[in-house]
Design a protein. Structure first.
Length: 712
């Protein structure tokens, strides 16, 4: 620090007192701060009395009282005790570890942009971003867990199947999505009818007050505990003061917030729909869509941000999935513009809204294979209490924020463009670091909600409890899917890493099995986010399909086939409930292909190499010789929660942990026989990569998938 010139004690004391006095008063008056305008104070004239009160130009013109409040001290960042204890535990070096073994989580070494700036253009292969939706490039491992079917992978599977049913299925699925979903295609009908226009008459104008109040109550009962960005009492009082119907005297942002909250609540009164433009929920949400330009226009305030947050939550549902990433990104941008991420002068309402946006944006960015808009190194505000997000001993709010941070670290260290520059040793270190953080997080979750534990919250559990359970488990397994696939790619060419390779395969299978077992908690209704109802079950189905085809004789194959059948029935229900909008039936064909292949494999080489599956005693004998799965999931459709309240018998959950004990916990006899395609076995011929397209597009995503980028 630069040295200061010493002063005599009286002078220094006088100057310090003067400096403290100046710092006690804000430079802007209360009225200008409320309006978020510049406070212009005229310079004192020689003739003005020294004791005259200071009045800014705006207050003088409006003849208002001008008051300069005392300056608030910057609030100290309060870290919850559980987070502080975890950080201190991580900071302690383990016995025998070298000083350089642990490094900053956000350190990714040299960035690709640095190489471009220093060395000029680099040798890179860029792939068309809009050429395909379902089919992925060959040598990429994404943070998204959904894209599987590269040309080499399809070829590898087709060679094992002996026919072309998979290739035809993937082609048909891709063609369906390109013509029905992707708006960049000039031909083909669109499934969406999203317009940013205000209706001529608000639905509130003709809605009974009791029904409108019921929608709001349903939101705070079923939705708000998982996304606690509002204060219910404050919102109720504001309803009494502000006319929520759009008009000349109404607040556009609050009107959008109110209509979106009612849209979310109306879904629990059978007002939701899988189709955009249909249903009572959409009629209410359409008002908010029409007000979106006014919400985004400056100046913005907390209400604008809350309206965007509510709209983003609604957009995660199947009916308007095309908007979710846009609205979440805009909310993140607005939160940073309002300085809610690092301002010392923030209120609880500001913090609640920011942290809900934080974990939604982090999890969404990881699934979308993009870097987060919220820079973790620039966040310095406390996490407020959210009692409504406490499910018994489980603090869902804090846990979701912690997992969002882990997903950000995982993406930057393993799946970003610059992460591809890392040597193999650095990648293995990053994988171990993320695994350790994931396991620490998992152990901090109470047993009832903890991934890998027997979960039985009861058939009568509320919607918010099931939603919190699914977000907790599926967000965790989403990271596990990406992490273990990345680990398989890193150790694919290392003979000494066969043990680690087998553990990654087992972890991947166990995670997929757990995801499918959890579908019994999913309500087949339009109020469930598509990430929970579609994307994660689909990811698990693809993983198990791949394992069954490559391990038809494994001891766990029959259990995996039973799970595939359960997933197939689930997607058939999705198809029926959405009236074909969500292509569940075509997804169900994967389970049929896997079971037919397993039967042909058991029937012997004659059938496997071209025998007719539908005829012949060999196939019938093979089917009779298959051991019947013991899981109750293979019986009927009792397993899925429908709108009429029907339920399914429980499934026995599988244990999932991270560590060497996974081999024993999974119960596999022949570990070395567990096959899975890796870059060298599936025809990969490029360097390890980090990006592919994803199958979120199957459920209405209008943006194309990323192409492949090879760094040399």
């Amino acid at each position: 620090m630069p040295c200061r010139v010493a002063q005599s004690e009286p002078t220094a004391k006088s100057n310090n007192d003067t400096e403290k006095t100046k710092m006690r008063v804000n430079k802007s008056c209360d009225q200008c701060r409320l309006r978020k305008v510049r406070c212009i104070v005229p310079a004192p004239t020689p003739n003005s009395p020294g004791s005259a009160a200071t009045v800014c130009v705006h207050c003088a013109n409006r003849n208002e009282h001008c008051n300069f409040s005392a300056f608030r001290r910057r609030a100290r960042v309060k870290v919850p005790a559980e987070l502080l204890a975890l950080h201190q535990q991580k900071s302690k070096p383990s016995v025998g570890s070298s000083p350089n073994q642990h490094h900053d989580d956000t350190d990714t070494g040299e960035l690709y942009i640095d190489r471009i700036l220093q060395c000029g253009p680099q040798d890179a292969v860029l792939y068309d971003e809009s050429a395909s939706i379902v089919k992925a490039p060959d040598s990429r491992v994404p943070s998204s867990s959904m894209s599987f079917f590269s040309n080499h992978r399809v070829t590898s599977l087709a060679e094992r199947l002996g026919t072309e049913p998979l290739r035809d299925l993937v082609e048909n699925l891709n063609e369906l999505m390109m013509h029905r979903v992707c708006h960049k295609q000039p031909a083909g009908p669109s499934l969406t009818d999203i317009r940013f226009e205000k209706p001529a008459v608000s639905p509130l104008a003709t809605m009974p007050p009791q029904l409108a109040s019921g929608f709001v109550d349903a939101f705070f009962e079923h939705v708000h505990p998982v996304y606690p960005f509002l204060d219910q009492m404050d919102f109720t009082w504001r309803l009494l003061d502000i006319d929520p119907i759009p008009g000349a005297t109404s607040n556009a942002a609050f009107s959008a917030l109110h209509h979106t909250i009612m849209a979310l609540g109306s879904q629990y009164f059978s007002g939701g729909d899988f189709v955009a433009g249909s249903g009572q929920a959409w009629e209410l949400f359409q008002v908010a869509l029409g007000l979106l330009p006014e919400i985004l226009a400056p100046p913005v305030s907390l209400v604008n941000l809350q309206a965007l947050t509510a709209m983003a939550i609604f957009a995660m549902n199947p009916c308007c999935l095309q908007l979710d990433q846009t609205l979440i990104s805009e909310a993140a941008r607005m939160a940073q513009m309002l300085r809610y991420h690092k301002s010392g002068i923030v209120e609880i309402a500001h913090l609640r809204t920011f942290w809900v946006i934080y974990y939604l944006e982090k999890i969404s960015s990881f699934s979308e294979c993009t870097s987060s808009l919220l820079a973790d190194q620039d966040i310095g505000v406390m996490i407020p209490l959210a009692p409504e997000s406490m499910f018994g001993p489980y603090n869902f709010f804090v846990s979701a924020i912690r997992l969002g941070r882990i997903s950000s670290i995982a993406y930057s260290s393993l799946f970003s463009i610059s992460a591809s520059l890392k040597p193999r040793a650095a990648c293995l270190s990053a994988i171990a670091n993320v695994r350790r953080m994931l396991e620490d997080w998992r152990q901090s979750i109470p047993a009832l909600f903890r991934p890998g534990e027997a979960t039985d919250i009861g058939a009568d559990a509320g919607h918010s409890t099931k939603l919190a359970l699914l977000w907790t488990q599926y967000s965790y397994y989403n990271i596990v899917f990406a992490l273990e696939r990345r680990a398989l790619q890193v150790v694919a060419d290392d003979n000494e890493a066969s043990r680690a390779n087998q553990e990654s395969k087992a972890n991947l299978v166990m995670a997929a099995r757990s995801v499918i077992e959890l579908i019994r908690f999913i309500d087949v209704e339009p109020s469930v986010p598509i990430f929970l109802s579609g994307i994660m079950p689909l990811s698990a189905l693809f993983i198990l399909f791949d394992f069954v085809i490559h391990n038809p004789s494994h001891s766990s194959t029959q259990e995996n086939l039973a799970l595939l059948d359960a997933a197939s029935r689930y997607f058939s229900l999705i198809d029926v409930a959405s009236k074909g909008i969500l292509p569940g039936n075509i997804i169900s064909e994967f389970a049929g292909i896997a079971r037919r292949y397993s039967l042909r494999f058991a029937a012997g080489p004659a059938v496997l190499n071209g025998g007719d599956l539908s005829s012949g005693a060999s196939v019938a004998s093979a089917e009779s010789n298959h051991s019947a799965p013991t899981n109750s999931m293979v019986t009927g459709l009792e397993g899925f929660h429908l709108a009429n309240g029907s339920s399914m018998t429980g499934m026995t959950p599988l244990s999932f942990t991270t560590g060497t004990s996974d081999i024993q916990s999974f119960g596999m006899v022949d570990w070395q026989g567990l096959n899975y395609p890796t870059p060298d076995t599936s025809g990969y011929n490029g360097p390890s990569g980090v990006q592919t397209g994803e199958l979120k597009t199957m459920f209405g995503w209008i943006f194309p998938d990323w192409g492949e980028i090879e760094l040399k």
